[in-house]
Design a protein around this ligand. Structure first.
Ligand SMILES: Nc1ncnc2c1ncn2[C@@H]1O[C@H](COP(=O)(O)OP(=O)(O)OP(=O)(O)O)[C@@H](O)[C@H]1O
Length: 584
């Protein structure tokens, strides 16, 4: 339980003045609320002694009204500060969370799936902020109120107060017994929630494929079984949590019974006035709230602590991409070289790149072709520093790639990935993401170079058309050209197309390749393709098989070799000729 204070110590320290103000407000509110029973007892004694005058009654009424007003103001202030604190903490935790995951590498995203990260960023962050809001409030309220109440009770009757305190001492033992079980059950519940979130996300994203393959029933059953696990875990957690309430209520009832019994005995023995007994009774009744608050706070803080651990686990994940202490500054990428480079993905024994060597410099085009799964995308991922480095060297401007900051390298690269990421924004905003400083003219030119202009006219609102979630409003070819236009506005030194022309027809591909050569002559171009026409004019073409370069040269040289490239080219050409004959 103390763990949460260690975990959130940094926040409490940052917000110490706010917390002190809250404590002051609570103290004022609590002291004033204790005066009410005291005044009640005093008034009863005045009445029984027949000394209560009209002016005394007016004074008493004024004091009581003032107490209500002060209580209202102090409660308003601490409430406001607590809610604000919770919001500030959520914001800070989320900011750190996103900053951290955005820097993570491929290994991290293999370990933490999207649904899991979403559940940590929502449910767990809420539980932590609830701990700061409701949990800390309960703690402050319970400890302050209990101290004040018990002290006031001691002032009235120390003997009975000692007897009342005895059952309250039972609480820490009960809490200690329950704590470990609660911690375990909470972690299990959160874990199953993460698994469920992930499945729900997968089903929503893949709903079209599920329908197309008539897998609705199987998918619903899969989701139901995961929901059942989460339900069972939640019930087990709630059961143990519900043990808290009887513990605290039981303690309170014992304390109240003892107070009533011994209090009446003392009045019979004339050790206490009736008014004092009434005040004492009210104080005992008032014990119920802080005793309950103590239970609620332990419960909330424990959940907050468990959730903080789940968030902290993400914070503690370190990227394999080491940031150099004194990175070299990269103004422009002029050359890229892989020298005898080998790489295996984390946890894999297979070499996805094997003794791979190639060099390309400003103005040149490198074409990468080969069988599927031969390592083409892996080369790009290594250049973009998405995974740890392998053996051998990758040189940028003749210096080791690890001597630069990964972000600095990426700044100069305009990259069109295989999977097109389109955000639910307008077409214009989607393209502008490539370069937020790009002018409208730059964007229009990029659209033209991506051969996308003719499509804009067919969209409902032209450039202002909202693409819908993941670009549902666009065809596959349109998404590809939108991604291309985004890369063209980037104004980097390196253009990487990872099979980015696969969804466009031959004519459009030809236009785009011609535009790249004409408008971006200074860039280093790396084109990964299955259709060989996309790399035909490249300065170097490499053919990959199982991570190894098996053929290398210009189009003409490779055709002379009569190897894989030649066979593939002939096959693709025959298919294209047949297709055009069929059209005719
Ligand atoms: N994250 C990963 N973890 C482990 N192995 C991976 C990972 N990504 C790719 N691989 C493996 O590395 C090899 C090369 O994959 P890569 O994506 O580079 O192939 P590719 O040539 O681009 O294929 P395609 O033409 O189908 O896009 C494949 O055997 C693949 O299964």
């Amino acid at each position: 339980m103390i763990k949460i204070f260690r975990q959130l110590g940094w926040f409490i320290k940052e917000m110490k003045w706010r917390y002190l103000l809250v404590l002051l407000m609570l103290l004022i509110g609590d002291v004033f609320s204790l005066i009410v029973p005291w005044i009640t007892g005093y008034t009863i004694d005045q009445m029984t002694m027949r000394t209560l005058t009209g002016s005394k009654l007016t004074q008493i009424t004024i004091v009581l009204v003032s107490i209500i007003v002060i209580g209202y103001i102090t409660t308003g202030i601490w409430n406001y500060i607590f809610i604000q604190n919770a919001n500030i903490l959520s914001f800070k935790v989320l900011k750190k969370f996103f900053r951290h995951i955005i820097r993570m590498d491929g290994k991290f995203f293999k370990k933490y799936q999207t649904g899991d990260l979403m559940s940590r960023a929502t449910e767990d962050v809420n539980a932590v902020s609830e701990a700061v809001d409701f949990g800390f409030l309960m703690l402050a309220e319970a400890s302050l109120y209990l101290t004040l109440l018990i002290s006031s009770m001691f002032v009235i009757n120390p003997k009975i107060s000692i007897i009342v305190l005895i059952p309250i001492l039972i609480i820490p033992f009960g809490v200690d017994k329950l704590e470990k079980t609660i911690e375990k059950l909470y972690e299990e519940r959160q874990q199953s929630t993460s698994v469920l979130s992930n499945s729900v996300l997968e089903s929503i994203v893949g709903v079209r494929v599920i329908r197309a393959y008539a897998k609705e029933r199987e998918d619903i059953e899969k989701l139901l079984s995961k929901s059942q696990v989460t339900y069972d875990k939640s019930i087990a957690f709630s059961k143990i949590i519900s043990l808290y309430e009887p513990l605290f209520i039981g303690v309170f009832t014992i304390a109240a019974t003892l107070a009533i019994y011994f209090g009446i005995m003392d009045v019979f023995k004339s050790n206490m006035t009736t008014g004092k007994l009434v005040t004492y009774f009210v104080y005992v009744m008032m014990l119920e709230w802080p005793v309950f608050a103590l239970g609620a706070f332990i419960n909330t803080l424990q959940r907050g602590s468990g959730s903080y651990e789940r968030i902290d686990a993400v914070y503690n994940e370190e990227s394999d991409i080491i940031i150099p202490e004194n990175p070299l500054s990269l103004e422009k990428i002029e050359s890229i070289e892989f020298d005898n480079y080998s790489f295996s993905y984390p946890g894999s024994q297979v070499k996805s790149l094997n003794s791979f060597s190639i060099a390309v410099k400003t103005g040149e085009t490198l074409g990468i072709v080969g069988t599927t799964g031969s390592g083409k995308t892996t080369i790009i991922r290594q250049l973009l520093r998405q995974y740890k480095l392998g053996e051998g060297k990758i040189l940028i401007n003749n210096c080791g790639i690890s001597e630069y900051n990964a972000e600095n390298i990426r700044e100069h690269i305009a990259y069109v990935p295989q999977e097109h990421i389109v955000f639910s924004k307008t077409v214009y905003e989607n393209i502008r993401l490539g370069n937020m400083n790009a002018s409208r003219e730059d964007i229009m030119a990029a659209i033209e170079h991506a051969d996308f202009t003719k499509d804009i006219g067919t969209l409902t609102n032209g450039l202002e058309t909202v693409t819908g979630e993941s670009g549902v409003m666009l065809s596959g070819g349109q998404k590809q050209r939108l991604s291309l236009a985004r890369a063209f506005v980037r104004a980097g030194n390196v253009l990487i197309l990872d099979d980015s022309l696969s969804a466009v027809d031959g004519k459009t591909e030809e236009n785009i390749i011609r535009n790249i050569a004409e408008y971006y002559p200074e860039m280093i171009k790396i084109i990964v393709a299955h259709r060989l026409s996309a790399v035909r004019d490249a300065n170097y073409i490499i053919v990959l098989q199982e991570g190894t370069i098996v053929e290398k040269g210009t189009h003409e040289e490779l055709m002379e070799l009569r190897g894989w490239y030649y066979d593939q080219f002939m096959e693709q050409n025959t298919m294209t000729t047949q297709e055009s004959e069929e059209v005719e």
